[in-house]
Design a protein around this ligand. Structure first.
Ligand code: ADP
Length: 154
């Protein structure tokens, strides 16, 4: 017995967890797809954030629910409005990598007041989207780390 409290053990374990341990599959859309397509995809895929990619599948931006709502409030033709017009674009997109600590990604979500981050991999051409980390993943981590199994070392 180490003499550490459950809380200390939990905290130590939590600090070791990486993004790759909790990341989900990314849902992407092409930058020339329409806002209408983005809304459809968001419903079909049941996600709150879509990552926008170019023809080479490289990350160029992010569209959130509110971005799409805002675009829908204008008198615009949503089927002919490309998502790249309304997205938050690189280099303003906050990203993470699979070997980053999950707690670091959580801090980014709080600091930037956003719901999710793309998990990217660096390639010669640019950033490839390989996953996503959202508040839902953080909630899952919280639940998983409250089960006693995780406090028994390993
Ligand atoms: P919502 O807009 O649905 O509340 P968010 O809080 O995630 O969802 O998004 C708020 C704003 O931040 C939006 O304009 C969105 O484009 C932008 N955003 C979302 N995710 C990111 C990110 N990873 N990096 C930079 N900006 C982002």
């Amino acid at each position: 017995f180490t003499g550490k409290t459950g809380f200390e053990l939990l905290s130590e374990k939590l600090k070791e967890v990486k993004v790759r341990d909790f990341q989900s599959i990314p849902i992407v859309i092409k930058e020339n797809d329409s806002v209408y397509d983005a809304i459809s995809k968001m419903f079909l895929e049941d996600v709150g954030t879509l990552f926008v990619v170019d023809d080479q599948s490289l990350l160029t931006g992010v569209v959130s629910r509110k971005d799409l709502l805002r675009a829908s409030l204008g008198n615009q033709e949503l089927t002919s409005l490309p998502v790249h017009i309304i997205m938050t674009r690189m280099p303003n997109v906050t990203i993470c990598r699979k070997d980053d600590y999950l707690i670091g990604a959580a801090k980014q979500l709080i600091n930037k007041q956003i719901d999710g981050l793309p998990v990217v991999e660096d390639t010669e051409k640019g950033l490839q989207v390989i996953g996503r980390i959202t508040k839902t993943n953080m909630t899952k981590a919280l639940v998983e780390f409250t089960s006693n199994d995780n406090l028994q070392g390993g």
